[in-house]
Design a protein around this ligand. Structure first.
Ligand code: NAD
Ligand code: ZN
Length: 358
């Protein structure tokens, strides 16, 4: 990720935890104290990283704090608990936070790093596919308020994103496939050639074949990094393209009841609705939807949502941050690898797009 002084490497390994100490040493040569914050679901993995780091760098003290699994942990309560724990274990401005977990722990621990002593360094070790290809890259950190997700947070870039594909051996199938929705997203919004490769490799990818999986993560991270490099703090609007399918997805997630669908599953259906909307508005050819549908199905993802409640979804969509002067705006495809922010979209077209995928 190329952000001047805030640049950092994304390393992808299939060599498991062995490679971790060397990567950390390279990114943070002066390291003396690390606080490893991990999801309780990956406790033994986190313990292994702690062990490897202390064995190979005996001069580095590594403390470990766990976080309960699940979205409710993105809270003030957990943030406070972490900050207290950091202080109690003697963390100071030279300490480094190492976040080991999915997007929940990455966002929470990243925000703890951004807040502690007005900001200390941190490392992302994502353990879900979604976190590897999306949340660990780009520097968005934060927690939720009762009234809204990610409403409190900071842009705080990590010093290293270290991805070990082996950690996903324990990741449940549904969670893995859900992450693939974001992978397909990068093909549509940024990289047509990648989309074609995914069409060819979908079955190997679903089986988590190492080389194919690694490639998919690498190219997804490259796309994400490209977008973040152009618009680190979401000021030019470029970063909004990462929202492809998400306006529909958030409305589906909210009205289906959180937990009914995984985020990536909602994104899959949302991308279908967005593609239909684009076709209806004459922005792109029908072939894009045909190919996207096949690829999503090949990735084991849902492409329709029979329970979609249009009347309930619309008000949620009107609260989207892309709404301007009461008009809905969407990230819509022009062709594979290219999307635009399209404003002034009529509700009738939106309703039609939702109905097309019920
Ligand atoms: P998550 O962190 O809740 O992880 C999903 C589940 O998998 C959890 O139950 C967790 O305990 C478990 N888990 C994690 N790694 C595992 C492993 N290796 N083996 C077995 N189980 C494992 O969810 P997620 O999908 O990774 O992330 C979702 C979060 O990411 C949301 O809070 C979302 O807001 C955030 N997010 C942030 C950004 C960003 O730019 N910062 C982008 C996208 C999403
Ligand atoms: Zn997403």
């Amino acid at each position: 990720v190329d952000l001047g002084q805030r640049s950092y490497p994304i390393e992808i390994t299939t060599a498991a935890t062995e490679a971790f100490p060397a990567s950390v040493s390279k990114a943070l040569p002066d390291l003396t104290h690390a606080v490893l914050i991990h999801d309780e679901a990956v406790e033994s993995y986190a313990a292994e990283l702690q062990q490897k780091l202390s064995d190979i760098r005996p001069s580095v003290r590594v403390d470990r704090v766990d976080v309960p699994s699940g979205e409710p942990s993105k809270s003030f309560q957990q943030l406070q608990r972490l900050l207290d724990a950091m202080l109690a274990c003697g963390a100071d401005r030279r300490s480094v936070v190492i976040a080991v977990g999915g997007g929940v722990v990455g966002d929470l621990a990243g925000f703890a790093a951004a807040s502690f002593a007005r900001g200390i360094r941190f490392v992302q070790v994502p353990t879900t596919l979604l976190a590897m290809v999306d949340s660990s890259v780009g520097g968005k950190t934060g927690i939720n308020l009762a009234g809204g997700k990610n409403m409190v947070g900071a842009f705080w870039q990590p010093h290293l994103v270290w991805i070990d594909t082996q950690v996903m051996n324990t990741l449940p199938e549904r969670s893995f496939l859900s992450g693939l929705a974001e992978v397909v997203k990068y093909g549509v919004i940024d990289d047509a050639e990648f989309f074609c490769d995914l069409e060819r490799d979908a079955s190997a990818l679903v089986q988590r074949q190492d080389a194919v999986l690694r490639q998919a993560i690498e190219r997804s991270c490259q796309s994400k990094a490209r977008v973040v490099n152009e618009d680190e703090r979401e000021t030019s609007g470029r970063r909004a393209i990462l929202n492809y399918g998400h306006t529909f997805a958030h409305a589906i997630e909210a009205t289906a009841g959180y937990g009914t669908l995984l985020h990536g599953e909602a994104v899959s259906i949302g991308m279908q609705m967005a593609a239909s909307l684009a076709i209806d508005l004459g922005l792109c050819e029908a072939d894009l939807l045909t190919r996207q549908t096949k690829l999503l199905l090949d990735c084991g993802l849902p492409v329709r949502f029979p329970d979609a409640d249009v009347q309930a979804m619309l008000p949620v969509m009107m609260r989207d941050k892309k709404v301007e002067h009461g008009k809905l705006r969407f990230i819509l495809p022009r062709k594979l690898g290219q999307v635009d922010l399209v404003g002034d979209v009529d509700q009738a077209n939106v309703v039609k797009a939702i109905h097309a995928h019920r």
